[in-house]
Design a protein around this ligand. Sequence first.
Ligand code: SF4
Length: 363
Amino acid sequence: MEVAGWWVLRPDAAMAFRDREILEALPRYVKAARGEVEAQFVLAKRLKAPSGLSGERAWEEHRALVGELRDLIREVDSGSPLPERPEFSLLDLKVRLARELASPCTLCERRCGVDRLSGLAGVCGVGGAPRVASAFIHMGEEAPITPSGTVFFSGCNFRCVFCQNWDISQEPDSGRPVDAHYLASLFEALRERGARNVNLVGGEPTPNLPWILEALRLTRVSVPVVWNSNMYMSEKATELLLGVIDLWLPDFKYWEDPHALKYSSAPRYREVVTRNIRMAYDHWPEMVIRHLVMPGHVDCCTVPILRWIADNTPGALVNVMDQYRPEYRAHRFPEIARRPTREEIVRAREEAERLGLRWRSVS
Ligand code: SF4
């Protein structure tokens, strides 16, 4: 079923899969969205894994299998038959390892150490089950992502003072608790209603990783998965996403750590986020990086971030976002209590152009 008349609302999205820049940057995602190849999680379900391993041996095996999965994707895309589903698969192993990371919780670099599986919550406020604030076909995402089957999870491990979704991110009890079966049926319904993808966002999807992976295990349709995240995952949580995510959609907000600490309460921001974006890109370079241009932060954050992208993830699409508004508690910080000026946005986009970044098709 298609979303009726969506191409009238977003003609740029309707034309996106013919855009050369998008086709060069996101070749397999486009095919998966069109249903021409399987989403990666479908193949992760078909790759046999040993069921008896634990501890570091299990992680080593996981790393090897994630490499093998890339070969399997290539083979199946070129016409080899899909293998039978094994008794225990790479995706099963991912679910098991993700549950271990949740108890004690080190899913993100907050490393709260609480036992999430027994219902306790850490900084993110997410306890023993995800809560979904809303889920719908989003018509306002970047052109290649729209129409997007967006799932908004409640709770977040950041405290951004300008958060536009603060009623979801800073209210972890908003929405309704769901289990993996419900999430799987949500993913299926969004795809059947014409979504090009399942877009996992919030708040922040990271605290919900074990339930998301379990839901993908149960999902019976092929739909590309978009990871729409602040990228503050722990290294091991990032590893678990490799071989599951078809399109990375990371935020990259700050270059200067004191700014990340002041406005998002996020220590070691640059180190963690650059590490995770590199890990994701090096494994699977189909990526749209979102950079929100903040007032007064072009020289200290925007320019060095764009330079880092040019040096480290040059094939990624970059959305140089102009939609910053002083929402939530931003009025308490006079220096960011305004919209960016037209000159600031022009300067940011000129820098992206000068660096040869792929920004035009998604900004
Ligand atoms: S996911 Fe939540 S509980 Fe786990 S480490 Fe991060 S903030 Fe803490």
